[in-house]
Design a protein around this ligand. Sequence first.
Ligand code: NAP
Ligand code: ZN
Length: 353
Amino acid sequence: MTIKVLGYGATKVKANLAPLHFQRREVRADDVEIEILYCGVCHSDLHQVENDWGMSHYPLVPGHEIIGKVVKVGNKVTKFKVGDIAGVGCIVDSCRHCSPCEHGLEQYCEAGFTETYNGVDPHDHLPTYGGYSERIIVADRFALKIPKGIPLEGAAPLLCAGITTWSPLKHWQVGKNSRVAVVGLGGLGHMAIKLAKGLGAEVTLFTRSQNKSKDAIRLGADHIVLSTDEAQMQAVKGKFDVIIDTVPNVHDINPYLATLSLNGTIVLVGYLGPLDPFVHSFNLISGRKTVAGSMIGGIPETQEMLDFCAEHGISSDVEVINIQYINQAFARMKKSDVKYRFVIDMQSLKQDK
Ligand code: NAP
Ligand code: ZN
C-alpha cells in the first residue's frame, strides 16, 4: 500500500524543480511518519539534479536535511511518539548487520546504504524521494532525536552538513591542541568551522571570497587565508594537522598539501571525481602526509553531533526560503552566494496544493 505525497522535483536532467506527486509506502511496524517542517538545501541536491555524478534517476525529489514532526508510529516503534520532533539525514536504510552497520557506520554498509532520495527501498523496491516534500516515512532506527534548544530551521543542516564535517573531525581526533583548516565557506565549510571550534581547535579558513572574512570570524575562525594569494598561502606552510576540503568542484589540492604539518591529513568531503592536476607523491612523502576522504556519518555519531550542538549552542546559519524560490537558490549556490545554508520552510508547499 502506498500514499500520495506532494513534493518538488526534477523530471529530467537539469530540469527546473517543480511541484509533482509521487508515492511513498505506508507506515510499517518499525516506521515513523514525519510531517516535514524544514529541509536544508545541500550542494549534493544540485549535483544530483544535474546528474554531475552520473547516477541520477528521475523523477528526482531532493532533500536530505529533514526536520519534522512525528505524526504516526508503527506498532513496534519505541524511540518516538506522535508529536516528537525528528530528523532524517542522508541514510534511510542499510543491511543493518554487516560489520560497519554493527559499528554504527551505516554510511559504509557493505551492501550499500539506502539514500534518502535517488535510492531504492530494499524491502518493497520503491524509489526513495527526499525532503522537498510534505512527509517522509522512515524506519525509526534511521531517524534522529532533535534535542531541545536548537532552532529547528538551524538544526536541519546538521543532518548532512553537520555530520559530514563532524565525522572526519572526530575520526582524526581533533581537539584542544589541533590546528584545523577548512577549505570553502559554504554549507559544509561553515559547519566545519563551528564544530572544530566547539571541539577546541584553532581554526583557519581557506577561501577565495575576501568578502566572507568578517562572517568567518563571527562563525569562529581564528584566521583567514585568501587561497588565491600566493604570499598568504606561503605564510601557512606546514601549519595544519587536519584540513577539511569542502570544495564542490575540481581544484588543485597540491597547494593545500604544502600547508599540512608532519603527519597531517587533508580530508576530501566535497569534490567527487578524479583529482586534476594529479597529486605529486613528493608532496605526500615529504612530511608523511595523507590524502583521505570521508562520507557523511553513521546514525549514532549523528546523534552524538546533535547532542554536542545542543550542549554548545551550535546550529547552522540559515537563509529560510519558500520552496517556490528553490531554482533561484540553486542558481545562487552555483555562484557560492549562500550564507550559509538555504533551508526551505515546507509550510510554503501548501501554496501548490
Ligand atoms: P556550498 O554551500 O556550495 O559551498 C561550497 C564552497 O566551496 C563555496 O561556498 C566556496 O567557498 C567554495 N568553492 C566553490 N567552488 C569552488 C572552486 N571552484 N574552487 C574553490 N572553492 C570553491 O556547498 P556544500 O553544500 O557545502 O557542499 C560542498 C560539497 O560537499 C559538494 O560537492 C557536496 O556534494 C559535497 N558533500 C559531500 C558529502 C560527503 O558525504 N562527503 C556530504 C555532503 C555534501 P568560498 O567562497 O569560501 O571559496
Ligand atoms: Zn548533503
